[in-house]
Design a protein around this ligand. Sequence first.
Ligand SMILES: *Cc1c(COP(=O)(O)O)cnc(C)c1O
Length: 479
Amino acid sequence: MGIPSRGLSRDEVFAGLEHFRSGDVGWRSGRMWAYVYDAGNEVEDVTKDAYASFLTENGLDPTVFPSTLLLENAVVGAMARHLNAPEGAAGSFTSGGTESVMLAVKTARDHARATRPEVTRPNIVLPDTAHACFQKAAYYMDLETRITPVDDGYRADVDAMAAATDDQTILLVGSAVSYAHGVVDPIERIAGLARERGVLCHVDGCIGGFVLPYFRRLGAEIPPFDLSVPGVTSISCDLHKYAFAPKGASVVLYSSRELRKHQIYACSTWSGYTIINNTIQSTKSAGPLAAAWAALNFIGDDGYLALCRRMYEATRQVCERVRRHPDLFLLAEPDTNLVAVGSNTVDVFHVVDEMKLRGWFIQPQLGYANSPKNFHLSVNPKAERWVDDLFADLDVAIEAARELPSGNLASLVEGMLAGGDGELSPDGFDQMLGAVGIDGVELPERMAPINEILDSLPPKVREQMLVDFVNQLYLHDPE
Ligand SMILES: *Cc1c(COP(=O)(O)O)cnc(C)c1O
């Protein structure tokens, strides 16, 4: 199927698009507990219209589209206040958490290049609960990562971070909150360590930064985590998560404009137009920016507080149910609306599959270090209405999961890795999937066998296998 020889009608185009969507999990149902951050129809309508109305304006050049500069300053300014930025702080609007973090890491690198000539092999120190995008940033920029363990509550072990920090360290990282377990790291101690050692400190508030101030107002005990903490030099906060802006919206803030300068890229050694980019993207739609502004202004502080109250209450109910459940346990007591749930009696990957068959999406998380395999619930404002249904279906799913085989793939994997040098052969992944009856080019109905194989592999082999899988998946011609 290529480009059609004659253009389709408008109706045909939209019918075609709906057809693509027919296999998706229905997120409007309230049964999707990941990926979609839903504040209801009204917010959806307003933000989509705002997005479409600025779709064509190009954020590349604020001299031609001053609207994009004004909008960006308004959105970044609002977030600077929300996160207690000091006088003189500066920031940027970006396409998402990953871009915000990559920019913060690049800024740290270029700050070190400019001010610390003794740094020739820069490293960043981060707990193993920090989002993978820090490792991605380090990988792209060829920086060393020093990954430190976390405590029983899945919070950063600051002594371990101190031991990993040396004269080549450029950045310490803490999360507020971590994605996997929804907990705030000891940010004051991490930032204090950064100050003592003369290095920068980034707080990843991508998923927690927006809601934590509201959760605090609702009575949760939230330790200081933002730019008011001495030693915190940057923070990221996604708007496309719990600020309920459409996707493509995040901010990164710095404690000073001097620091933000290291983020900006200019190039005048080519023959085209002048390039001056403050973010990774160059040509970019102003749609996400306009929609983020619309979300902040349409929902407003009272609206966010009300939405957060619903998430706060629903999360408390979910946690209470899990605590009382004979087959489930909470990995951590979450500080926000993210809940990681494990089991000692049943395979959680089967539970996830069984829930999917019943129309629910809950996210599996593989085991790593002291964090056992689990499923992750992102609690939306709508969730309160669905808690009873969720746990009723979880009970059914758990019973069904008990009947399914588990544990035998781990030995298969060990057998296949034994004898080799711990690497997968190019066809290794196919062979493994074939052995459990899965055709590698189709998206499988059940993910538990794949998750079980992944869970039993060493992390490096996991990564290799995932790359092979996706490399196949996206080559497949639909016809
Ligand atoms: C989602 C998330 C990110 C990455 O953000 P994307 O918008 O998916 O690129 C980074 N850190 C945390 C804690 C997150 O939850």
